[in-house]
Ligand binder design. Structure first.
Ligand SMILES: [Mg+2]
Length: 331
């Protein structure tokens, strides 16, 4: 940690209002003498301020450059202090510390001012000690508000990241089973609405358990990563890969009849067959079970996955490194 960052940490919270950043102050009063007196009073206690002659002029200035603190008179032509206060509160800009500086010393005005959204209320003539203290409070309020806004933004980013992380398999970096379930829900409603068909393929690495037992889990993990990368690389646009669990992956092939899907996964199977992974002596191969989903029949993604899984079982039984379907393609 550098000396500077250490100082920043102790003097001001991150994303708050650092103590060396001046407050942007706007003085609003239709009485020119009062306005000047307040600006020079501010200067005598170490603050600079802009000024406006009424609420409307102040509002126009604020639209060009916001203020941290507004010190406003009550009665002014065109737009009075109460209206300026209400507009400031409704503006949705960053927090502005709003303080009335008025000759109305009665309780009714004080309460009405706070009711309109003011943070503080000071009567003329201005007591500069009190004003200096108020501005210290203003800095704390603004700083806390900015910190909160920054923390909320960071939380939103964190939660978006967590949402994405929860849907990606950490080992292979392909979308996981949760992501598959969401994708199937979407394609299912799409398929039903438009009568589109699609195919699902389950893929399993042949003899994976033997790799793990013989070469250890690190090599097994590398096999999973490389198979996933190869399948992903070989997919056609629009097709997507998911890690289903263990050494099983699912490929979703939208708008593809069984015969087309078989051609697509046959190409993937053949690409994996050429794969060489360091530490693995023999060839790595995969088997596929493919099924087509028919939204016009009493079918569902779950049933389709079950049929693909049964076909996969047959591909394994018939000797592995092959593609099997739940029914003859083209039938
Ligand atoms: Mg006035």
């Amino acid at each position: 940690m550098t000396k500077d960052s250490l100082r920043d940490d102790t003097t001001s919270p991150p994303d708050g209002l650092p103590s060396d950043v001046p407050l942007r102050i706007l003085v609003v009063d239709d009485d020119e003498d009062a306005r000047r007196a307040l600006v020079s009073g501010l200067r005598s206690i170490g603050y600079e301020g802009r000024s406006a002659a009424d609420g409307l002029e102040a509002w126009e200035m604020l639209e060009r450059e916001p203020a941290d603190v507004i010190l406003a008179d009550w009665r002014m032509p065109r737009m009075d202090g109460i209206e300026l206060c209400r507009r400031t509160r409704a503006s949705g800009r960053g927090y502005t510390y709003f303080m009335f500086v008025t000759s109305y010393a009665d309780r009714e005005h004080l309460l009405a001012g706070l009711e309109a959204g003011a943070d503080a209320y000071q009567t003329k003539p201005v007591d500069l000690d009190e004003l200096a203290t108020r501005l210290g409070v203003a800095r704390r309020v603004i700083s806390a508000h900015r910190r909160l806004v920054a923390e909320n933004a960071a939380l939103r980013v964190d939660s978006q990241r967590a949402h994405a992380d929860a849907r990606v398999d950490a080992l292979t970096q392909v979308p996981n089973r949760l992501s598959l379930e969401e994708a199937l829900r979407v394609s299912w409603s799409h398929a039903k609405r438009y009568g589109h068909r699609y195919s699902l393929a389950i893929c399993d690495i042949d003899n994976f358990k033997a790799f793990n037992d013989r070469h250890g889990h690190l090599v097994g993990d590398e096999v999973l990563r490389q198979v996933a990368a190869t399948v992903r690389y070989t997919l056609r646009d629009g097709d997507s890969l998911f890690r289903y669990g263990g050494e099983e992956f699912v490929v979703v092939l939208p708008e593809q009849l069984l015969a087309d899907a078989v051609i697509a996964v046959e190409r993937i199977r053949s690409a994996v067959e050429g794969l060489e992974v360091a530490g693995v002596g023999g060839a790595i191969t995969i088997s596929f079970g493919v099924a087509e989903l028919d939204p016009t029949q009493d079918d569902s993604p779950e049933d389709c996955l079950r049929r693909a899984d049964a076909a996969l079982y047959r591909a394994k039984a018939e000797g592995r490194n092959r593609v099997a379907t739940d029914r003859p393609p083209g039938s």
